[in-house]
Write a protein that binds this ligand. Structure first.
Ligand SMILES: [Zn+2]
Length: 439
């Protein structure tokens, strides 16, 4: 890398940043204490690389069994780890081990000491150390899928359960669009205080819950449904949605051990998402939408192409659409969408660990094609806190690489590159999510 890279990377490392997306525990105290470093680090992401490399599901499941020592677990996974460790997921963990625990390489000879040091991190204060001191994150937007369900509306004691020192809540809307069991309907009943005896009562509960989440400080809504269905949401008359919804009552009498399915079809789902989008459009809200790669070992990738959302971008011009994961591997489609639609924004959450080099190349292409105010550079998207550190390190590195190439190409100079870095990591997400400056 060039001299410009070092300079810009050093500058980026001084920046306080905004993290657009996390799945961490709402409070540090909720962390799993019955754990070890492999159980925590292989909770998601890199374990899928190990399975992709050939680790059997039965051996994989031994990672989570507390009867085995980390050395025994390491022996099982080592061949798969060694062929996977250069992926973005693997590199992120390596960076965590190095910078958080002083372990240069995760390998047979270091796994015990890494585990010892990791176990010490279960004491209070680790969230602050990782998120604030090491990662310089001012705030993280955290996925919250339920309002505090210990209370119902009649108690007037609702809250969004998350630590406001670290997080701003983002409210998931999936349960309103894609309930699959009666237990989901009942949890909405319990949380909203609305007894769901008809389709119109379902709409009432949906509206009430979303309004409550916003009132309690949710900064955006989130649709993660590209994991289970296509992103193509058609316009559907209410009558069709209602007749699909009414089907759910056919299973209400099933015994509990039957699971009691309550799974209305695509017409209902399409209608419900449009219903929620109309609410969001009226209020001019921000909607985060999962697009691109689905976490896990196998899914229908084509369901997640952001191009499928075009009708929504056209029909709801007053919503700010924050499109996740740079649409990877559909980042080219997202490039054109963000270029053409004033209400479409690119969010690089998860991207830098999915593919560091694709992130560098995409950002370079966006400098060529997309206004600079439309990109947010970082969202950790981790379930465990150490991973956020590894991810933000890679993100700072990748953005420095793209910007140093732009400097080499004489698109702009070092001063402008610094200004752009500050926009991508701080001012853009601050404006997109209408956060108050916390510097
Ligand atoms: Zn996520």
């Amino acid at each position: 890398m060039t001299g410009a890279y070092e300079e810009i990377f050093n500058y980026i490392n001084t920046l306080d940043i905004i993290d657009t997306h996390e799945h961490l525990h709402c409070f540090e105290v909720d962390r799993d204490k019955n754990t070890d470093v492999l159980k925590e680090y292989l909770w998601h992401y890199f374990n899928k690389d190990l399975i992709s490399a050939g680790l059997s599901i039965s051996d994989h499941d031994k990672i989570y069994a507390m009867g085995h020592s980390v050395t025994e677990k390491w022996k099982i996974i080592e061949p798969y780890w060694n062929v996977s460790k250069y992926t973005g997921y693997g590199r992120s963990l390596q960076i965590c081990a190095r910078d958080l625990y002083g372990v240069e390489n995760i390998e047979a000879s270091t796994i015990e000491i890494l585990n010892e040091r990791f176990m010490e991190s279960l004491r209070p204060g680790h969230f602050k150390k990782v998120l604030k001191d090491k990662s310089k994150i001012l705030t993280s937007l955290l996925n919250v899928n339920t309002l505090n369900h210990d209370y119902n509306i009649n108690n007037n004691e609702w809250s969004i359960y998350c630590d406001k020192d670290f997080f701003k809540p983002v409210y998931w809307i999936n349960i309103f669009v894609y309930p699959t069991l009666w237990s989901h309907i009942e949890s909405v009943e319990q949380q909203s205080g609305v007894r769901v005896t008809s389709f119109s009562r379902w709409l009432e509960a949906t509206e009430l819950m979303i309004n409550k989440a916003l009132e309690l400080g949710a900064v955006a809504l989130k649709n993660p449904l590209a994991y289970v269905r296509t992103l193509k949401y058609e316009r559907v008359p209410a009558s069709l949605a209602e007749s699909e919804f009414l089907e759910i009552y056919k299973s209400k009498h099933f015994p509990l051990w039957q699971g009691r399915p309550a799974n209305p079809g695509k017409n209902f789902q399409d209608f419900m998402f449009h219903y929620i989008l109309e609410m969001a459009n009226k209020k001019g809200l921000v909607f985060q939408i999962h697009t691109g790669i689905q976490e896990g070992n196998g899914n229908m990738l084509s369901n997640s192409n952001p191009e499928l959302l075009s009708n929504l971008f056209i029909e709801y011009p007053d919503i700010t659409f924050d499109i996740f994961h740079m649409g990877y591997p559909y980042q080219n489609e997202l490039t054109v969408l963000a270029k053409n639609f004033p209400n479409v924004f690119i969010d690089m959450c998860w991207s830098h660990i999915v593919s560091p080099n694709a992130s560098v190349e995409a950002l370079l292409e966006w400098i060529d094609t997309v206004p600079l105010n439309k990109i947010s550079a970082f969202g950790g998207d981790y379930l465990f806190v150490d991973g956020v550190y590894g991810h933000q390190y890679l993100a700072r590195q990748n953005v420095a690489k793209s910007l140093s190439i732009a400097i080499e190409q004489k698109i702009f100079g070092l001063d402008k590159a610094m200004e752009v870095a500050e926009m991508l990591f701080y001012s853009n997400p601050l404006k997109i999510f209408r956060l108050k400056s916390s510097k």
